[in-house]
Design a protein around this ligand. Structure first.
Ligand SMILES: *[C@@H]1O[C@H](CO)[C@@H](O)[C@H](O)[C@H]1NC(C)=O
Ligand SMILES: *[C@@H]1O[C@H](CO)[C@@H](O)[C@H](O)[C@H]1NC(C)=O
Ligand SMILES: *[C@@H]1O[C@H](CO)[C@@H](O)[C@H](O)[C@H]1NC(C)=O
Ligand SMILES: [Zn+2]
Length: 287
């Protein structure tokens, strides 16, 4: 009986520790603000307010009224690439199933200390295998977030794109790593803190093609500059604007520890209540 209680307690502690070990106790916004300063893929890709209404115009007392009309590429700022972007038979934004966007597991692969700001760095299959050896298998619907340590350059377009004789230079994912990813059907999305999942100088976009070919969606320009995002033990809510014809869309991405109102809490709490119940029975019995 004591053994049973100890075992259950151990399970509960392991689940709780994953989410509470770091400073990560509140939801984190992994999206950048979208405005006129947002760096586009091409220098002339811009978010623009093509009409701005802001003034005291509502009768009878000239009350305040404000409304803008904006124009923007689908692939601007923190955004999602729908599989259709590089796969003719792939899903468009509005067709992506909700269960692959809402409360999926977040997998944070942080290679910042290996990249050291080097734009030629390529994330390879062995980095991903090492992650699973360290943190465990990816067994629930998950989105991989690859952190190259690139996010703090975001607001400086030339530093972020790594312009060098007019070609882009920033880290990306290798072809073997992309193949490794699509072999695991639990991985429903892949995000990066760079402008593209492919290396900056690519003009063949192999990684885009492999991932979207498996209906995996992509997240680009993800704000991964939060140092306390743990390797796992958190959930993601991915909210692209629901564009019917969207090949992509600006997207809000929120990471939160399982303890905040998620299914994780219910699971841990029920366990905890059960443990307390058994423990109290045991105490009574011992007396
Ligand atoms: C937690 O936050 C404090 C204060 O902001 C900081 O000094 C500390 O290094 C953080 N710990 C972790 C594990 O990030
Ligand atoms: C932006 O980055 C470029 C290239 O790294 C650098 O030369 C420039 O000084 C930076 N601009 C600002 C405003 O920091
Ligand atoms: C991350 O970057 C965003 C936008 O540049 C900034 O608002 C935020 O404070 C940064 N977060 C951290 C933890 O540095
Ligand atoms: Zn895109």
């Amino acid at each position: 009986m004591i053994f049973l209680v100890l075992t259950i307690t151990a399970v509960v502690s392991a689940e709780t520790i994953i989410a509470t070990k770091s400073n990560f106790t509140k939801p984190i916004d992994l999206s950048y603000n979208l405005d006129e300063d947002t760096p586009g893929w091409f220098p002339d890709n811009h978010y623009a307010r093509i009409k701005i209404i802001a003034g005291n115009s509502i009768p009878p007392d000239n009350a305040w009224y404000a409304e803008n009309t904006f124009e923007a590429p689908e692939h601007i700022g923190t955004h999602l690439d729908a599989p259709y972007h590089f796969n003719k038979k792939g899903r468009k934004v509005a067709d992506i199933p909700l269960e692959t966007l809402f409360h999926v597991e977040g997998i944070h692969v942080d290679v910042t200390n290996e990249v050291h700001g080097e734009p030629k760095f390529v994330l390879d299959e062995h980095h991903l295998r090492r992650w699973t050896e360290t943190y465990g298998k990816i067994e629930s619907k998950s989105v991989l977030l690859i952190n190259f340590g690139w996010a703090n350059r975001y607001w400086n377009r030339s530093a972020y794109m790594g312009y060098n004789e007019n070609s882009r230079n920033f880290p990306g994912i290798s072809i073997p790593a992309a193949r490794w990813i699509v072999e695991n059907p639990n991985i429903v999305g892949v995000g990066v803190d760079t402008p593209s999942v492919d290396v900056g100088h690519s003009n063949t976009f192999d990684v885009h093609r492999i991932l979207t070919g498996a209906n995996v969606y992509l997240l680009e320009n993800v704000a991964l500059n939060n140092t306390y995002l743990p390797a796992r033990g958190f959930q993601l809510v991915v909210m692209p604007m629901k564009l019917t014809h969207g090949t992509g869309a600006p997207t809000r991405i929120i990471a939160s520890p399982y303890c905040i109102g998620g299914a994780g809490l219910a699971k841990v709490s029920k366990f905890a209540i059960f443990v307390m119940f058994v423990a109290s029975l045991l105490k009574a019995h011992v007396r």
